[in-house]
Structure formats: C-alpha cells, structure tokens
Write a protein that binds this ligand. Sequence first.
Ligand SMILES: C[S@@+](CC[C@H](N)C(=O)[O-])C[C@H]1O[C@@H](n2cnc3c(N)ncnc32)[C@H](O)[C@@H]1O
Length: 272
Amino acid sequence: MISPEQFRFFSELVKQHSGIALGKGKEYLIESRLNELAKVLGLKDLDALYRKAKAAMTPKLKEQIIEAMTTNETYFFRDQHPFDALQKSVIPELMKQNQGKKQLRFWSAACSTGQEPYSIALLIAEHFPALLSWKTEILATDISKKAVEKGRAGRFTQVEVNRGLPITLLIKYFKQQGAFWIIDEKLKKMIRFKQMNLLSPFVGVGTFDVIMCRYVLIYFDQQTKKAILDKLVKQLNPGGYLFLGATETPIGLPPFMKRTSFGRATCWKKEG
Ligand SMILES: C[S@@+](CC[C@H](N)C(=O)[O-])C[C@H]1O[C@@H](n2cnc3c(N)ncnc32)[C@H](O)[C@@H]1O
C-alpha cells in the first residue's frame, strides 16, 4: 500500500514537472504504475523506488517516474469528427488563405505515439495531394520520450492499426514487416517529432494554422490548463484553428477565439 507520504512525494513531483494533477483517489494509479516501474528498474517495489528517489534523485529517474505516470491512450482518426472538419472545411479554407505563401503548419501537441499526427498526414496525402508540394509541416510533440520515439519510428502493431485506421489506408500507406506495419517514408517526412513539455516555454516552434491539443488538458488543474491554453493561442496564426478533445471545454479563451462547429466537430478559430 502506498503511504500518504509516498503519495504526496510522487504526486508533487509529477505535478511540478508535467502538470499532471494526481489528486486524492489516484493512489491506486500511482501505486500500480510505479510498482511496475520499480520492477523494470530491478527494484523490489514502490517502497524501494521511493527510498531511491528520496536518497538520490537523478534527471533520468525523474523522467522515468513522469513517463510512467502519463497515459498514452490514442488511436488513428480519434473521434473522426475533427478529421472530417479538417477535410471538408478547415484545410480547404486554409489553403485558400495561404495560397500565396504555400505553407501550412500543423501542431499535434501531446501526440503520444503518433497516431494523431499520422492521421493528419494520411488525410493530406489522401485528399490534398497539392499540399505535398507546399511547405506542409506537422510538428508532433509529447513529454514522453518513449512515446515520441515510437511515433518517430512510424512502426505500429496489428492491434494499433486495427484501431481507427481504414483498411484502404493501411494497404495504401503501410508496409508489413514481420509483426509490424511501417508507415510510408513520404508521410513520415511530413512530421517532425520532438520531446516537449507543455509547461515549458514554446520557443523555436514557430506558429501554426492548426493546433490539436486533445485529451491532455484533462490531466491538469484549471490554472495549468488556462496557462497552457494562453500559450497555445499565441502560437496560432490569425485564421488558425484550435482543436481540443471532444469532452474538453476551454476556460478563459480570449473573445477573438471564436467557437466554431463543423458538423459534429467543435473547434476555436483565431479571428483577426
Ligand atoms: C491520452 S494521450 C492523448 C494523445 C492524442 N492527443 C490523442 O488525442 O489521441 C495524452 C498525452 O499527453 C502527454 N502529456 C502529458 N503531460 C504532458 C505535458 N506536460 N507536456 C506534453 N505532453 C504531455 C502524455 O505523455 C500522453 O502521451
């Protein structure tokens, strides 16, 4: 059983470095995830991990603890509606708007193992081939190094490709290699994977026409959520769109961020 002191220690560490708020009731989650990590590190249990972390915390151990506490659930074309909105309305509108500079930039902020940015790349390859000759860029970032590395490899298991990916796209854009499916090199090249913490300043990432920040703000407290939303809005180009998870409501977005619906998808457009 995790002690109150161990719970306080680990939840504060995780909150401070990732924003993930593990309040009362999350004892079981910490216990199960960190017991697992302890085993991987060759330690007896969570208690041994706690003693090690208290006595000699290293940046590597901190990263491993935080990584263990992230939830990386994701799948291709998650929720479908945002991708329908991109295909039918958002990308055609942005292509008209950006016709002059022939540049379109997407950011999958909290991309997990890559299914979200690859869904954008697949949609572009399938429906907007003209964008392949534009400066089309997809930045994909996540705090989890492991998740980012997996995304960068573009290598998915059968179970992963069975989740959300239409078979036609699997056949057209993936090659089977043993037990894995490897995504087409052309699509891989559209995406830049980078380990990045949403709590850190967004330096050197540039600005974007579409930002997807889905199913990550739910793990933060209101203050952290608002601070991250403020920073994301600054990275959006005028006329650009912000997508959150279907169940997520933004707090304190400025009035120039106009709530917009396309079919069953809701997003926020930066006016101006
Ligand atoms: C549930 S996944 C969502 C993935 C994808 N956006 C989707 O909707 O399918 C949440 C991701 O947020 C990442 N995450 C958690 N805290 C983060 C932080 N402070 N900075 C960046 N990523 C973070 C986790 O590592 C995890 O991969």
